[in-house]
Design a protein around this ligand. Structure first.
Ligand code: SAM
Length: 340
């Protein structure tokens, strides 16, 4: 087990407030609100009909907007305009990645820090897939309460794994039925920024250890060496002023490990992209701006070669098409290791 002592590992949240209502749990509601807004856009990149129900069910977020029309300055609002669109794009890109990976045979999906992710309910998974959702117990309890109230039915076998990623989550996952011998696809969406260096390293080592050939992984990192450089950026200040979430205080301030290098060293192929690559691909989403808190954000896609398979030398090729035409919401299946 790794030591996780750090001032920003506020998994209990604001003092006296736990679960989805406080600290890093509240960020799950922020992402849900962004997905709700994206869902109601005429040109939405991803649709999540459950997202607004989470937002409205939690006292902490009940008065947040769930449609862009409820935001007085609309798309000019840095939080509910640009930042929300960022989450919409991220959701879509990772939906596509997970569907591609499962169609290529990695049918165990592990959502690390799943929060209010409803992919188990939203996406058309290939037959036989199992979705494991790891998050803290109180976050998952809130999620179930809302989804049960909607009589939502998952589209694949769904296995909640209530555990803290700083504890023995491997035991919890394998006890829940995860099979190390079968290919898996892992997702750490909006998670690693909150975890200390040692926990991220341990997590990557563990994902590698539990992944047989043919497995895949996607995650998000921030490359900035000095996160505070963007303290006065529109994105961070509006998030703090409008909904009281000080993201910089929740992020772990330690230098980040070189997880891409570590994965490459273990034989994985990786490709690293800016979110803006996908904005250009889909023809909508955030673009770079001055004093941009998104400048260092990178989305990493990794594949572990099958036994006997050949690994491409160096990084997987980067081929980001610039498509003017809007792309369909549910991506057609393609090879999991297709360049993103
Ligand atoms: C920004 S939210 C993202 C949620 C989800 N991945 C999404 O994109 O909708 C971060 C999530 O990570 C979870 N999380 C943070 N630290 C964790 C830990 N140590 N163990 C388990 N979950 C954790 C939080 O509870 C929260 O649900």
């Amino acid at each position: 087990m790794v030591s996780t002592e750090h001032r920003n590992t506020d998994v209990e949240g604001v003092e006296g407030v736990e679960g989805v209502e406080g600290g890093v749990g509240l960020t799950a509601l922020l992402v849900a609100a962004a997905r709700a807004i994206e869902t109601h856009r005429h040109d939405s990149l991803a649709r999540d009909v459950y997202a607004e129900h989470f937002v409205l069910a939690a006292p902490a977020s009940a008065d947040w907007p769930v449609r862009i029309q409820q935001v007085p300055d609309g798309d000019a609002n840095p939080l509910w305009g640009r930042f929300a669109r960022y989450f919409g794009l991220r959701t879509r890109v990772l939906d596509d990645f997970l569907l591609r990976s499962t169609h290529a045979g990695a049918c165990q999906v592990v959502l690390l820090g799943a929060g209010l992710d409803t992919r188990a309910y939203r996406l058309d998974w290939p037959p036989g897939c199992v979705i494991f959702e790891i998050d803290r117990e109180d976050v998952l309890e809130f999620k179930h309460k809302v989804l049960d109230g909607l009589s939502a039915a998952p589209k694949a076998a769904r296995v909640p794994v209530p555990t803290d990623l700083r504890a023995d989550w491997v035991g919890a996952l394998t006890d829940a039925g995860f099979d190390m011998a079968a290919p898996s696809v892992w997702l750490a969406e909006g998670l690693l920024f909150y975890l200390p260096h040692a926990v991220e390293r341990h997590l990557m080592d563990t994902v590698d250890r539990l992944s047989t050939g043919g497995s895949a992984l996607a995650y998000e990192v921030k490359l900035e060496k000095d996160l505070l450089k963007y303290r006065d950026s529109p994105l961070y200040t509006s998030t703090q002023h409008q909904i009281g979430i000080d993201l910089l205080n929740l992020f772990d301030g330690e230098p980040r490990p070189d997880s891409v290098g570590d994965l490459e060293g273990k034989g994985w192929s990786t490709s690293v992209h800016t979110p803006f690559d996908f904005t250009r691909r889909h023809g909508r989403g955030p673009l770079p701006e001055q004093n941009d808190a998104l400048e260092g954000n990178r989305w990493v896609f990794a594949n572990k070669p099958r036994e006997g398979g050949t690994r491409l030398a160096g990084k997987a090729p980067v081929a980001v098409a610039t498509l003017a035409a809007p792309t369909p919401i549910q991506a057609p299946p393609a090879a999991a290791d297709e360049a993103i």
